[in-house]
Structure formats: C-alpha cells, structure tokens
Design a protein around this ligand. Structure first.
Ligand code: NAD
Length: 499
C-alpha cells in the first residue's frame, strides 16, 4: 500500500497526526494508497515555513519568477503521460480527459508567464505641481488554495500559478480523494527552479481547512468545491479578515430552440452531459427543449447516441467515453438521486442502473441515464447530481426556458442552441449566469479570460485566472510623491547642494 505524504519546504514529509484517508482506484474499487490528514499544528508549521521563504521570493524580479513558470510548462509537457496515468488511476477519468485536465491548467501557467506585464502598475505624471502618483501591485504574503477532486491538476494550477507568479507563497490543500498529482506538480515546480517553501502541499480534510482559515498569517483563500463547503469557507475566512473567493456547485441548463440544428444539439448534450461521467462543474445536466415537438425530436436523437456510449476503465483505450465515479459513496449518491427521480414521476428514458463490467464488478461505474418530463420541484432538477445523468425539462416557450435557468439557485454555466442571432443575443444579455455558450455546450473561458459563476456557484467578487487572478493575489499600494523642481525656468539648477 502506497503511503502518500505532504510536501513541505521542498521535501516529502510523512503525516504526523496519525489520521489518514483511503485513496481508491475507482475502476477496481481497491484502496491503492493512504493519504495523511494534517492536524492543525502541521498546517501551522507549513504556513510558518512559507512565511519565512516568501519575502525573498516576493523581492525576486517578476521576470525571473516568470522563468520558473516557463520551465514548469516544459516539464509538464515532458511528464504529460506520466501525470495523466496517475491522474486517471486515482480519479477514474479517461487518459484524454486527464490530459485535458493537465492542459487546461498548463494554459493558465502559460498566461502567468506574462506576469511582468500584468503586474505593471499605473503612473500619473504631474498629478499636481511637482507631484507624481503611482500604484504598484504587491504580493499578499502567504495565501492558500483548497481544491476539489474533479480536476486534480487544473484547479491547483489555476490557484498556485498566478499566486506564485505574483510573489506569494502558496499553501495547497488538494482533495484527499486524488492527492498524488498535486504532489507531483509540487516536485516539478521545484525542478523548474522554485525556491523551497513557496509551494507547500498539505493534505487533509476539514481539520486542515479550518487550520488554514484560522491562521492569521494566511492572507487570502481561494476555494473550489461544493456549494455548502464554499459558503462555509467564505463566511469563516471573511470573519477572520481574509480575502476569500469560493466557487461552488452547478446545474447547467442548455436551452434548445426549435430552430436549432438537432444533430449538433444532441452531440453537444451527449459530450457535455456524460463526458468525465458528469463530474464537471461545467457539465450540462439539464436539457430544456422549447416545445414538445423539439423535445420529442431531441429524445429521438439522444437515445441512440447515449446507448452507444462506451463506459470503462481508462486502461481500456482511448475510445472509452467515460470512466467510473470517484468513490463508492459518489456512486451510491447518484443512484439514490436516480431513484428519487423515478419516485417523483420523471420518465426514465435511458436506465443505466444495471451497468456492470466483467472484471470490474467492484468499480464505481454508473451507466448513462436520461430523464424526460422532469419538473422544477424534483430533486433530480434541484440538486447537482455530479454523475452521468441528463435531465430533460420541457418548456413551452423561450421565456419559460429562460425563466427556468434564471430561477435556479446555481449560476455557473449555461448554453443556448439556436440559429437565430436575436434570440441568442437576448439570452446572453439577460441570463443571470456567469458563463454562457451560444451553440457551445461547455463555455469554459480560456486562460486569458476569467472563470466564475454567479448566484450559489460563486462567492466573492473576483473570478479565477485571467487578469482577475492577478488582482486577487496582489494588493495595490498607491504612492503620491512630491519632488519640487530643482531647475530654474531657464534650465539651470538652483539647489544649493548642486552649486
Ligand atoms: P467538496 O466540497 O467535497 O471538497 C472540496 C474541498 O473542500 C476538498 O479539498 C475537501 O477536502 C474540502 N472539504 C470537504 N468537506 C469539508 C468540510 N466539511 N470543511 C472544510 N473543507 C471541506 O467538493 P468535491 O466533491 O471535491 O468537488 C466537487 C464539487 O466541486 C462539485 O460541487 C462541483 O460543481 C464543484 N466544482 C466547482 C467548480 C467551479 O469552478 N465552480 C469547479 C470544479 C468543481
């Protein structure tokens, strides 16, 4: 059994709390490793070491810091296959999905190579007589990130790459369900030239999170995970005077207008609804066709596509569409919600409950499900399922479809499929959701834009990556400087000392 560690001060450090958690291979259901769960004193020691290392890193010029990121990108590409293998073995997603996970993190690292430009301040010449004014962005000091299981490479990089590029030291508390890749990323950052102590990986659960939230040296916390925990972390972190941004759960609707290209819409729904087993915060989990004729047509197109999906372990090859869920508990929760949908009267058009795979009977696989005729009050519509379950809710008009997405408590992503520019434009303008796709099912902004949801999907006022990340991980200092002129009008010096 593999014993995982923390990564403190540039070294693997064994856990000292005596508490550990099981890390599974979701495809087989076997426990493959134990991860230590840090106690408060271990977190506090990691923060203290980071605080010692940070001033020198903060004083390193931004171009040198950017060079570490440049080298890190090279190393990520060098080790892509190895990282993807470890990621798939702990998370369950396919190898192409694991590479996508790493790639979308890598792109944010690439964006961070522009830190010298992004950190440039502002300057006003002659704001008054002999007065100039300038603002500079300075690092906060020690900052932290608490990340979810579903993107164990991408989201840690979204957090630590901008924070470290800004000159901060970073405490990463990754998900205890798939902690190996974050540890490998920390090793690669060291190999890329990052000084020890600037990136600390502390594994753990609530106890470690609370220790981060209560540690007065930690100046800012970025969180990604479920909404209940996001709300908890936001309120406790803010009460302790920290800068906090928390990104939570989602229930992303895709509106399908009667004029949409139905094949394109069906392909998009299958890819975005079932890809990565639905364990994506930008997955489309609700299809909202407008009109019964559109709904019937969509079901007709969806069913054969869903029945063709290949579910299996990542080792079964690149034509596997999706793998198992992350844990047995996640599987039980998803199947419980499917049963609630049946009990509450939704029509189960595709039933994946009986899915089983020879040789992998103990894996956490769930076959694909499609519900039709679900309604607003049902649990399958209200809750984020986070599994391979697509729920269709029929709307009779565009306004009704728009209202459904607007009224839902989550506001991460959404999409509309239509051929009508006027409808698409109205939708993009009026919808109260942070990321919108027009004939694009998963509208994840690229690294140089920002990523963030509205309503119960995001707490705090700045987004992840893009320019917002550089605002979140720095604070602005504005200097007003007065240097009365030493020059007479004719250009001669008149300061005594200069005579
Ligand atoms: P989670 O909320 O269970 O865990 C997230 C992190 O919080 C982990 O590091 C975990 O150790 C920690 N944590 C768990 N329970 C805690 C507690 N009681 N107190 C303090 N910390 C605790 O989320 P998850 O299951 O790992 O990830 C899936 C969720 O993340 C989904 O809801 C998904 O939508 C969301 N997500 C959101 C985004 C986004 O950008 N909005 C992106 C990815 C995932």
């Amino acid at each position: 059994m593999q014993e995982l560690t923390h990564w403190i001060d540039g070294q693997h450090v064994h856990g000292g709390s005596g508490r550990t958690a099981d890390v599974f291979n979701p495809a087989t259901g076997e426990v493959q490793a134990q991860v230590p769960l840090a106690a408060k004193d271990e977190v506090d020691a990691a923060v203290a070491k980071a605080a010692e290392a940070q001033p020198a890193w903060g004083a390193t010029n931004p171009q040198r810091r950017a060079r570490v990121m440049m080298e890190f990108v090279r190393l990520l590409n060098r080790d892509m296959d190895k990282l993807a293998e470890v990621l798939s073995r702990e998370h369950g997603k396919t190898i192409p999905d694991a590479k996508g996970d790493i790639q979308r993190g890598l792109e944010v690292v690439e964006f961070c190579i522009g830190a010298p430009h992004l950190l440039k301040g502002e300057y006003t010449d002659s704001a008054g007589p002999g007065i100039d004014m300038y603002s500079m962005r300075q690092p906060l000091g020690v900052v932290a990130g608490i990340t979810p299981f579903n993107f164990p490479a991408m989201i840690p990089m979204w957090k630590f790459a901008p924070a470290i590029s800004c000159g901060n030291a970073f405490i990463l508390k990754p998900s205890e369900r798939d902690p190996s890749v974050p540890l490998m990323l920390a090793e690669l950052m060291q190999e890329a030239g990052l000084p020890d102590g600037i990136l600390q990986v502390v594994n753990g659960d609530k106890e470690a999170v609370d220790a981060i939230l209560d540690n007065p040296t930690v100046m800012a916390v970025g969180f990604v995970g479920s909404t209940a925990i996001a709300e908890y972390i936001y309120s406790r972190g803010c009460a302790n005077g920290k800068r906090v941004q928390c990104f939570g759960g989602a229930k992303n609707h895709m509106i399908v207008m009667p004029d949409a290209d139905m094949d394109q819409a069906a392909d998009a729904l299958v890819g975005s609804g079932y890809g990565a087993a639905g364990e994506r915060c930008m997955a489309i989990s609700v299809a909202v066709p407008v009109g019964d004729a559109t709904a019937d047509k969509l079901v007709e197109k969806l069913v054969p596509r869903i029945e063709k999906l290949k579910v299996g372990p990542y080792t079964a090859g690149d034509d596997v569409d999706y793998g198992p869920l992350v844990t047995g508990a996640a599987k039980e929760r998803v199947l419980g919600l499917v049963n609630s949908g049946i009990d509450q009267g939704a029509e189960l058009v595709v039933d994946g409950r009986g899915f089983s795979m020879q040789g992998y009977e103990n894996g956490f696989f769930v076959g694909p499900h499609l519900f039709d005729k679900a309604t607003r009050d049902m649990e399958i519509y209200r809750q984020e399922i986070f599994g391979p379950v697509l729920t269709q809710v029929r709307a009779q008009s565009y306004e009704e479809a728009l209202g459904l997405a607007m009224d839902h408590e989550y506001g991460n992503g959404t999409a509309i499929f239509t051929r009508d520019g006027d409808t698409a434009r109205d939708f993009a303008h009026r919808i109260n959701i942070g990321m919108v796709g027009v004939n694009v099912p998963i509208p994840v902004p690229l690294a140089y834009h920002t990523f963030g949801g509205w309503k119960k999907s995001g707490f705090g006022d700045l987004n992840q990556h893009g320019p917002d990340a550089f605002r979140f991980y720095t604070r602005t200092k504005t200097v007003t400087a007065r240097w009365p002129s030493g020059l007479k009008e004719g250009g001669e010096f008149h300061f005594k000392a200069m005579d």
